[in-house]
Design a protein around this ligand. Structure first.
Ligand code: ZN
Length: 463
């Protein structure tokens, strides 16, 4: 049985169909898209703007519990930066049991859906019990994330993280014992998680190296070889060049800046997602952009950490792919992340419309360029099978309400500018993942239960 939706304005890779007719199969895949009403078939009308669901390319779900809890200084912490924030994050890791991990993840996955994201790449490193003892089920914490995603309906690209050292040539700290695997055990975990995909079509499993600080070259090569033997197309993620401190540590330890080292020693291609990539020199920008890898930008997290500005015009201008992640989840809003990316750069460069470039006099809209680039980059980094409302893709459809205040009076030519770059009211009204509505009229069936479970977890963790 297939369903045909008549969407007032349907986002297409080039432009819009107004109206557009979207036929979705029982398997959750788009069968056809047309601008002509199919004869002799019932259609369900959807008011407003239909856009593809976005894949969030970088998430540490548990860090949602810290949002709003580290915005202060003390005499002992007068200088606050990523590394002092990390101490607060580690205090949370030290007391985070599996049930609370799941409760926090369910809330943040619900929030992603509410803002029009239909999948997330979960960069998952809290594997073991406090002190490093293995769970009876070695995949316990991973299974909690899979359960949270299944409960909300979000597609999940699970990226178990290989973490082995506390820095180049440094042993792990006590807290980090929860993160650590020998490579063999790590590959066994990936193999076990790949087995969870049966009956869970929204689940993908990829590989993540925490960083070049936490994994030696030999460990990186062994893990990549093991993953390639299981799945040569698997997505490969790594934290890279978030701070100048990290760049200096890798240059001192490995003899090259991090992205340059990866280009020279591992080889980057379109399976790779370079998370942050904040501090790149000109040669790294050219090399990474040409490699086809996606830069995994996390604009609001990078702003809250004071990391620095990504070289957006240079990287985008070199044809580099990029997408957005919400990382520590100060926000899970698509619009807010893209807005701070563009507007931060406007402040930095003191000019307007930084991302949009018109070579031939055609009007190019910043909101459209930001959304479409993040859409393609997110799909590339997640491998979820969505990313466009065209035949053969997964039916991940997000309906924007034309009555939401930021969209009042807008037509398709400016609707994405209005959503991404203006207003604060969230226009996301309905969200479909793989052909199934998970949010309708702003309601998710499990939202009260998910909020109640989160509130109880927060009381235990911070009470
Ligand atoms: Zn991260």
């Amino acid at each position: 049985m297939t369903t045909i939706y008549e969407v007032d304005h349907l986002h297409q890779p080039r432009g819009w169909l107004s109206p557009g007719y979207l036929e979705v199969g029982a398997d959750g895949v788009i069968l056809s898209v047309t601008g002509a009403r199919p004869q002799g078939r019932a259609v369900e009308r959807l008011r407003g703007f239909g856009v593809p669901g976005l894949s969030n390319l970088h998430s540490h779900a548990f860090q949602r519990a810290l949002a709003g809890r580290t915005e202060f200084v003390t005499a002992a912490r007068a200088e606050d930066n990523l590394w002092t924030w990390r101490k607060e994050m580690y205090r949370l890791v030290d007391r985070l049991p599996p049930e609370d991990y799941e409760a926090v993840a369910a809330l943040v996955y619900l929030e992603m859906l509410q803002f029009g994201m239909t999948a997330a790449c979960e960069f998952h490193y809290v594997h073991h019990q406090t002190g490093g003892r293995r769970h009876a089920n070695p995949a316990e914490m991973s299974d909690r994330l899979i359960a949270a995603a299944a409960r909300t309906g979000l597609g999940l690209t699970l990226l178990p993280v290989l973490y082995a050292h506390g820095g180049i040539g440094k042993p792990v700290e006590e807290t980090q014992k929860r993160f650590v695997h020998p490579v063999d055990n790590y590959l066994k975990l990936i193999d076990a998680l790949r087995g969870r995909r049966a009956g869970n079509p929204g689940l993908r499993v990829g590989l993540a190296l925490h960083s070049l600080r936490a994994v030696t070259p030999d460990e990186a090569h062994a893990a990549l070889a093991g993953m390639a033997a299981m799945d040569p197309g698997a997505r490969l993620h790594i934290h890279v060049s978030e701070t100048t401190h990290e760049v200096e540590e890798v240059r001192a330890g490995l003899g090259a800046r991090p992205v340059q080292w990866l280009l020279d020693n591992v080889g980057l291609d379109d399976r790779w997602c370079l998370v942050h990539a904040t501090h790149l020199d000109a040669s790294e920008i050219a090399g990474a952009a040409a490699s086809g890898a996606v830069a995994g930008l996390c604009p609001l997290t990078e702003a809250t950490m004071g990391d620095g500005f990504f070289a957006l015009p240079e990287y985008h201008g070199a044809g580099g792919a990029w997408g957005i992640g919400t990382d520590s989840h100060y926000s899970t809003s698509t619009a807010e992340e893209l807005r701070i990316l563009e507007c931060g750069k406007r402040l930095d460069l003191r000019r307007r419309n930084v991302i949009a470039r018109s070579a031939d006099g055609v009007e190019v809209h910043s909101g459209r360029v930001l959304f479409d680039t993040a859409l393609a980059g997110g799909e590339q980094a997640s491998g979820q099978g969505g990313g466009a409302l065209v035949a053969g893709r997964r039916a991940d459809l997000v309906m924007l309400d034309p009555d939401a205040q930021p969209l009042l009076g807008h037509g398709p030519s400016t609707a994405l500018d209005a959503w991404i770059l203006s207003g604060t009211q969230n226009p996301v009204r309905d969200v479909m993942v793989a052909g199934r509505w998970v949010i309708r009229d702003r309601r998710h069936a499990a939202e009260e239960a998910i909020r109640d479970a989160y509130r109880a977890a927060a009381a235990r963790l911070f009470g």
